[in-house]
Every structure is written in structure tokens, then in C-alpha cells.
Design a binder for this molecule. Structure first.
Ligand code: FAD
Length: 451
């Protein structure tokens, strides 16, 4: 019947594309191929399973293939890897990983939602048992089992981006002694250093041994698994740190093999170039989610910030566009939030450094205000906003605080999306009750800073 849609990848973006295509049309046959056995999972929840805050890993994978079949009439074939694309013939070659059988399938529209893979740092010993990436439920299960079976007491985390820090928090709360090794000068290197210094302090306050401007030169182990790592510190000093497991969280790279094979161009970021409807440069081939490039809502430059929020959106846009809809991608601000022990750490838009690099004459606005009155438990919330000095236009913001950082960053992201300038913030009609905010909200104070 009608349109034949094939999707590769069944986590966030692929399932969103399939579901939206189905909502738009009954007259399509939709198949999703996924090489893993877990589908539609919340990768974002994995650290909380390892830490025990989420009891069972299957709580993060509530939807299986049967659910998609029943709810959407979408066939999800797990354990099936797409190994080749012939864009001229409009076919894919699929391998059934359980049997090794290969077969071809034809498509009218092909959606590549192949995501990313974790970067394996090129460190001697990185292949030792006990070194784990964190990407899929299988990794989280493996980490959990390793800790339980060996009664692991110490963990070493390479990389202090948000995933490394979520793991640092969760492993600490599970009772392990955690060392975090970061090559940059601060944790959360995507933020401005004056803000991320607060994250460093929070980690140390909770007993994390944070090693900045430090690299791991070798992972050591015996037949049984890792035993430690050699570090090279800022002063050139070397040190050996004993550990029972290593988490490698040094970033991810897009799985672009199929896209390249189909003849699709990659963008300057190395992810697959797409237009606003998520079309690649090859007819009838779409790319969505982490494998695809995005563009910055302010600078309009190509950017690649692989996040679940964007993956869901871009999947839906492609699913809509290929079934006659009009949705178009409007760009991203890279808005994100992460909990690091007692702090919410959030950012949106350009950092001060990025704004300067983009050529703006930058105005920086700082304020530290309680998120609520102190009589109801308000605690300081630090907001750093970045604006264009000439126009006053808001370019970005970062917020860190014990509570309320998430809400303020979303207000600021919304304001930036609609082109607000700093003064506009004061005029926002925001909800007030002392249980949630102050009469003049911290966002209002940011708006008053230039007055
Ligand atoms: P992926 O999730 O990478 O899925 C791609 C799928 O395609 C994979 O299952 C893969 O097996 C499959 N595949 C690839 N190639 C083939 C092939 N040839 N044949 C068949 N199948 C194939 N994002 C946020 O916004 N907020 C967060 O708080 C957050 N926290 C995170 C925490 C962790 C620990 C992790 C790992 C990620 C987090 N993310 C977060 C990111 C978010 O999980 C990803 O952005 C999202 O999963 C991307 O979805 P995707 O569908 O594009 O790609």
C-alpha cells in the first residue's frame, strides 16, 4: 500500500519519524531496522539506573517492537543491521544479526537515524575489561553487573562533559570513590570557565577527585580487568591512580557510514548535512537526530549538538515532511541542563566565548539572586547572560543554582528564540509566589542590568 518508508535506527529520532509519518498517513508501510535489541530507550536515564535512582533498566525501555506494531502499525525489526544503501535503486541491504542472513528491502523514502557512537580514547589499555562507554542500556547493565560482582569501590571517569558528570554523581551516590580526569581546565568545558568553576567546586565538595588539565596516558590491568590508570598532570607530573572500573565519556561521533555510502554530503561539523526538512543531498534520503547536522538559531551557522531533545524534534519534522506536512526545523540553541549533585547547571545559546568568536561586541550580565525568598528555602541562583552590545539582543545564558536553574534557562531560551533584547526580560509577566519565585524574578534582574 502506498508509500514505503524505511528507517534505520530505533531510538529517539527514528521512532519519532516513524510515529509522525504514521500519524499523517495510514497509507504507508513503515519498517524500522535496529541492530541493537533495545529500542526507543531513554539514554538520558542510564546514569540513574547505574546509581540506583531508577530501579530497573527496563523502566527506561518502556516500548518494545510489539507496542510500535500495535499502536502505530510500524514494524520494528531489532537485531537487524542495515549494511548498505543503493540510493539509485532505492534499496537497503539488511543483515539479520541472529542468523547472518542478508536480504534487500526497497524504499520510497529512507530515514537515517543512526545516531552516534562513543569515542574510544586512544589510550593504551583502553580495551581492558572494566572500561565502559555509556550509551546504550547494554552498557549500563554491564557497568552495574561489574560493580556488583566485583564489589567495586573506585571508579575513574575520563571526560567531564555532562555524561561524565552524571556518572560521577551517580557512582558517588552509589558509594564509590570517584576520580574524574578532564583534559580541559574545567569540568563542563562547553560552558564559560567562570561558570564551570562552580561545577568544579560542587564536584569537590561531594568528594569527587577532580583532575583538571590532566590526561590518562595508560590504563593498566591484569587478566582480570582494570587496576588503575597513569595520569599526566598540568605540571608534567605523572601519577598512578588505582581503580576498579573506568568510564570513557570523551564524546561521540556521528555514525555517518550509511549516509556517505548513499552519497550524502557531510557538513562542516562532520555530521550529515540536511536542509530544514531534514533532507540530505541525496533524493529520498533523510537524516534525523544525532547523526544529522543542525544550524544555530542565532548565527545560522551549521552546528552539531547531539541531544535527545533535538533528535525527537528532527525525527518528527522528517516524518511530517515526507508525508505531505509543512514542518521545518528552525535551528537550535543547544539548550541543556544537567544535575551535578545539589546544583542544576544549564545553558542556552552562545557562551561569552562563542559570542566573541562569532564576532559580537559582547555585553556580559551577571546576577546572583535567590530563586525564592530565603524564608522558603531560596538559595542563590547565578545567571550569566550574554548580549550584543549594539542592539541589546540576548545571545545566550548560563544558569547554575540549587533550584530553579532549569526554569530560568527555559525562559531565557524562549526569549532568545523570539529575538528578545535584554530590556524585554524585565517586562516578562512571570508567575510569582514565594514558594516558586521572588517578586522580581532572577530573569527580571537580568533584564534590569543594563538600565
Ligand atoms: P541514537 O540514540 O544514537 O540511536 C541510533 C540507533 O541507530 C542506535 O540504537 C544504533 O544501534 C542504530 N543504528 C546505527 N546504525 C545502524 C545500522 N546500520 N543498522 C541498524 N541500526 C543502526 N540528551 C538530552 O537532550 N538530554 C539529556 O539529559 C541527555 N542525557 C544523556 C545521557 C546519556 C548517558 C546519554 C548516552 C545520552 C544522553 N542524551 C541526552 C543524548 C540522547 O540520548 C541522544 O541525543 C539521543 O539518544 C539521540 O537519538 P538518535 O535516535 O538520534 O540516536
Amino acid at each position: 500500500p502506498g508509500l514505503r518508508i524505511v528507517v534505520v535506527g530505533a531510538v529517539a529520532a527514528g521512532t519519532s519519524a516513524a510515529a509522525k509519518a504514521r500519524r499523517n498517513t495510514e497509507a504507508a508501510r513503515i519498517t524500522v531496522y535496529e541492530r541493537d535489541l533495545d529500542i526507543s530507550y531513554s539514554g538520558c536515564g542510564l546514569p540513574y539506573f547505574v546509581g540506583g535512582e531508577v530501579e530497573r533498566v527496563d523502566q527506561l525501555t518502556p516500548r518494545d517492537a510489539a507496542w510500535f506494531a500495535e499502536r502505530y502499525g510500524v514494524e520494528v525489526r531489532t537485531g537487524h543491521e542495515v549494511v548498505a544503501v543503493d540510493a539509485a535503486a532505492r534499496t537497503v541491504t539488511v543483515r539479520d544479526l541472529a542468523t547472518g542472513r542478508m536480504f534487500e528491502d526497497g524504499y520510497d523514502e529512507l530515514v537515517l537515524a543512526t545516531g552516534v557512537r562513543p569515542v574510544t580514547p586512544s589510550i593504551p589499555g583502553v580495551d581492558s575489561p572494566g572500561v565502559f562507554p555509556v550509551r546504550a542500556p547494554s552498557h549500563a547493565r554491564a557497568i552495574d553487573t561489574w560493580i556488583t560482582e566485583r564489589d567495586a569501590r573506585r571508579a575513574l571517569i575520563i571526560g567531564a562533559g555532562y555524561i561524565g558528570l552524571e556518572m560521577a554523581e551517580q557512582l558517588t551516590l552509589r558509594g564509590l570513590k570517584v576520580t574524574v580526569v578532564e583534559a580541559a581546565g574545567h569540568a563542563m568545558p562547553r560552558m564559560d570557565p567562570d561558570m564551570s568553576a562552580r561545577v568544579d567546586a560542587e564536584l569537590r565538595k561531594h568528594g569527587v577527585d577532580l583532575r583538571l588539565s590532566t590526561t590518562v596516558t595508560e590504563i593498566r590491568g591484569d587478566h582480570d580487568g582494570v587496576t588503575g590508570a597513569d595520569l599526566l598532570g598540568p605540571d608534567g607530573a605523572t601519577e598512578h591512580v588505582a581503580t576498579d572500573l573506568v568510564i570513557a565519556s570523551v564524546g561521540v561521533r556521528p555514525n555517518t557510514e550509511l549516509a556517505r555510502q548513499a552519497g550524502a554530503e557531510l557538513g562542516p561539523t562532520g555530521a550529515v548535512a540536511v536542509d530544514r526538512r531534514q533532507r540530505t543531498t541525496v533524493d529520498h534520503v533523510w537524516a534525523v537526530g544525532d547523526v544529522s547536522e543542525s544550524f544555530h538559531a542565532i548565527t545560522r551557522d551549521p552546528v552539531w549538538v547531539p541531544l535527545g531533545s533535538t533528535a525527537n524534534k528532527t525525527g518528527r519534522i522528517a516524518g511530517d515532511a515526507m508525508t505531505g506536512g509543512t514542518l521545518e526545523h528552525r535551528g537550535i540553541l543547544g539548550t541543556s541542563v544537567v544535575r551535578v549533585f545539589d546544583l542544576g547547571v544549564a545553558q542556552t545559546g552562545l557562551t561569552e566565548q562563542q559570542a566573541r568568536t562569532a564576532g559580537y561586541d559582547v555585553e556580559v550580565l551577571h546576577n546572583i539572586k535567590p530563586d525564592r525568598p530565603e524564608y522558603l528555602g531560596g538559595r542563590p541562583l547565578v545567571i550569566k547572560a550574554v548580549a550584543d552590545r549594539a542592539s541589546g539582543r540576548l545571545l545566550g545564558a548560563q544558569a547554575i543554582g540549587a533550584s530553579g536553574a532549569d526554569k530560568r534557562i527555559d525562559i531565557l531560551a524562549t526569549a532568545i528564540t523570539f529575538g528578545a533584547d535584554v530590556a524585554d526580560l524585565f517586562h516578562l509577566d512571570l508567575a510569582y509566589s514565594p514558594t516558586y519565585a521572588t517578586t522580581k524574578d532572577p530573569v527580571h534582574y537580568t533584564g534590569m542590568a543594563l538600565a
